[in-house]
Design a protein. Structure first.
Length: 689
């Protein structure tokens, strides 16, 4: 049915490919009340799980999106990685642990189960995957009679009987048959018009091929074997085990559900001709068992059964472009493929669509100009390039039989037990994907009036987490000893919301004479503000921004937008829940949170943990504000200020804009009128004024 709201289109967004990336894109768009259609060629979800691990950063974006709980319930925390030299244990490493995130662990969950959870979430919002439809052609149409208006026209089809999958089709990456018709099969065809097309259709992306987008890179000459099943072995099976084999073949094992394990076995170097000559039918369980047993000899190894056994070859490739005419966007494997080492593939794909969908939603709601979509490729292409290199290094270290690499592994296995106790928790472990940074661009900007901060705190970095104290009003009675905290990330509800963090250091209290005696001062050349002045600035700017930019014309928040409690790992207490944002039916685009160092005490007063009423009466205006409307929180010891590069004592404060995907978009010193005008100017340059 044609939508008059979108002119020439049947549906605002068409998504091709219902793997985790496509499903997540549909979930996010639906939460932002953007109608979308998700098509998938296969009639059933594949029982084979390529991806196994969900990293810390992905767990964070699931929490922001309100879909985390089921993943934590059904997944398993990765605790250790066991390294073996043949049959002998060498060292045990902590698995993806980090102090940088509340989710300081990797979550083990097969892709099949990840897909099932996302399908449940999408269907709960009234959207189902449209299965059996195969994308045959797509192009961007320009209406020369309507001021150059463009849209996407896509031809799809499905078999009237059976499936679109053909027995004769090529299995080679990137190959699409010139004549995909199957003799005697009848099809039904549709032409779908959409504002945008998101291609999440995998490494053999039909969309990428049709648009003639290059996919340069390399195919490694190392052959791998993948096995899923039950085994009887002396090796541990409850966590990841990596074996430096005695037979010049290495392997890694991963625990699956129902006691099965995944084994990735190095099958040696093969030329392109040798690999092409391999016949999957000749790969038997007996042949695999012989290779694996030789790798771990003299340890016991026997296959009991098998649910998946196949040859695998690593491709390292990246699409020349992630976008086509700013209307068609490639995400996930359609835009980049690489080694499975490190488990970065699915996580990168999910973060692709987390970057893209909020921008697309703002455009479709007429809040942001179409140019904002150009930042998708600008930001994600360098990330994909870095992930490909990281995965390649990880694989090479793990399986290379080069003399230098084997020597390096031997040395590392020998000294690891002695140096591991002295290495800090993996705050910078690149596998956790917490250190991804976007460079300065049209939506990541520095204040022109102020010097840049240190690299660690510049725009483009991920918004960090930290504990904040909930401040109670002076006239509020509380139970003695009661204390409540919230995590900063719990305030960043979404998706699709800009969160304005106002760090006020300890500047709000400048005298002991009460509200009338407070006045602004100059710190580091920046004028400070007072609680009353800050409250008025917040009210004025929120009212102005929300009157110009809102989702309410298309959005029904009661059904589609995550509530503040969605995605939390534990239920907050009553006081804590009151301190978390609750989305209105208008589904605001903006929320403001004030964060004060606990140095903002009345001089001479004692710290009272039960009330945390250490502010003068004038700050009650900020304390009483609803969460997300400028409510103030206390930053104990200034730890969160430090994480954001803001001076926590005797400082001018700062305003930091956190984008809807929880990266810094803008920052400016101070929280005075000039600073607020600076932030207002930022929004006017990236949104439709």
């Amino acid at each position: 049915m044609k939508s008059s709201s979108f002119g020439h289109t049947d549906i605002p967004v068409l998504i091709s490919g219902a793997g985790p990336a496509g499903l997540f894109a549909a979930i996010l768009l639906t939460k932002l009340k953007i109608p979308c259609r998700l098509i998938e060629r296969n009639l059933e979800v594949s029982p084979l799980s390529k991806a196994l691990t969900i990293h810390a950063r992905t767990l964070e974006i699931f929490a922001f999106s309100g879909i985390l709980e089921k993943f934590l319930d059904r997944g398993k925390h990765l605790s250790n990685i066991h390294l073996y030299r043949g049959s002998k244990p060498a060292v045990v490493l902590p698995a993806l642990k980090t102090v940088e995130s509340h989710f300081g662990f990797g979550l083990f969950l097969e892709q099949l189960r990840t897909t099932a959870i996302m399908t449940e979430e999408l269907e709960a919002m009234g959207v189902k995957v449209d299965r059996g439809w195969e994308l045959m052609d797509t192009k961007v149409i320009e209406d020369t009679a309507a001021d150059g208006k463009t849209w996407v026209e896509t031809t799809i089809r499905r078999a009237r009987v059976g499936t679109n999958v053909r027995q004769t089709e090529s299995k080679v990456l990137g190959v699409v048959e010139a004549d995909p018709e199957e003799e005697g099969k009848k099809y039904e065809t549709q032409v779908v018009r959409s504002e945008y097309l998101i291609a999440t259709d995998g490494g053999k992306s039909t969309v990428r091929h049709i648009l003639n987008i290059g996919f340069p890179g390399r195919t490694l000459d190392r052959s791998m074997i993948i096995f899923d099943g039950h085994v009887e072995s002396d090796l541990p099976s409850d966590n990841i085990t990596i074996v430096d084999g005695v037979s010049d073949h290495n392997m890694a094992t991963f625990p699956l559900h129902d006691g099965q394990i995944r084994i990735l076995l190095d099958n040696g170097h093969l030329s392109s001709e040798e690999y092409a000559a391999l016949c999957p039918e000749d790969l038997t369980v007996e042949k695999f068992e012989k290779l694996a047993a030789a790798c771990v000899a003299p340890a016991k190894f026997k296959c009991l059964d098998c649910s998946w056994l196949t040859y695998y070859r690593v491709n390292e490739r990246q699409a020349e472009n992630f976008a086509y005419k700013n209307r068609i966007f490639l995400a996930g494997d359609a835009s980049h493929v690489h080694s499975p080492a490190g488990g970065q593939g699915m996580n990168t794909a999910l973060q692709d669509v987390f970057n893209l969908t909020w921008k697309m939603a703002l455009v479709l709601h007429r809040i942001a100009p179409e140019a904002i979509l150009k930042t998708y490729e600008v930001e994600r292409k360098p990330v994909a390039d870095a992930i490909i290199k990281l995965s390649a290094r990880t694989l090479d270290i793990g399986v290379s039989q080069d003399f230098l690499q084997r020597t390096f592994r031997n040395i590392a296995f020998t000294i690891a037990p002695y140096i591991l106790p002295y290495i800090p928790a993996g705050a910078t472990n690149p596998m956790t994907m917490l250190k991804i940074k976007y460079h300065e661009n049209d939506i990541n900007r520095h204040s022109k009036s102020q010097a840049c901060v240190d690299e660690e705190y510049q725009v483009g970095h991920r918004a960090r987490d930290g504990n904040l104290c909930v401040i109670q009003r002076h006239d509020t009675k509380s139970v003695e000893g009661e204390s409540d905290t919230v995590r900063l990330h719990e305030l960043l509800v979404g998706p699709g919301i800009f969160h304005v963090l106002v760090f006020v250091s300890d500047m709000l209290v400048t005298s002991t004479s009460g509200t009338s005696g407070q006045s602004a001062t100059i710190i580091d050349g920046v004028e400070t503000t007072t609680p009353d002045a800050l409250s008025k600035e917040i009210d004025t700017h929120l009212k102005s921004w929300r009157s110009k930019w809102a989702y309410k014309s298309l959005l029904n928040a009661s059904k589609s937008v995550a509530t503040a409690e969605a995605g939390h790992t534990a239920s907050p207490s009553t006081a804590s829940r009151a301190a978390l944002p609750q989305l209105s039916s208008a589904a605001t685009v903006f929320m403001v949170h004030v964060i004060a160092s606990d140095g903002s005490t009345v001089p001479g007063s004692e710290h009272n943990d039960s009330q945390l009423s250490v502010f003068e009466e004038s700050t009650d205006t900020l304390v009483a504000k609803p969460a997300g409307e400028g409510k103030i929180y206390s930053d104990h010891c200034g730890a969160v200020h430090q994480k954001y590069g803001v001076q926590e004592k005797h400082g001018p404060g700062a305003i930091i804009v956190v984008r809807p995907d929880s990266y810094y978009g803008y920052r400016v010193l101070g929280a005075n009128h000039e600073s607020w005008s600076d932030v207002d100017g930022y929004f006017k340059t990236i949104l439709v004024d």
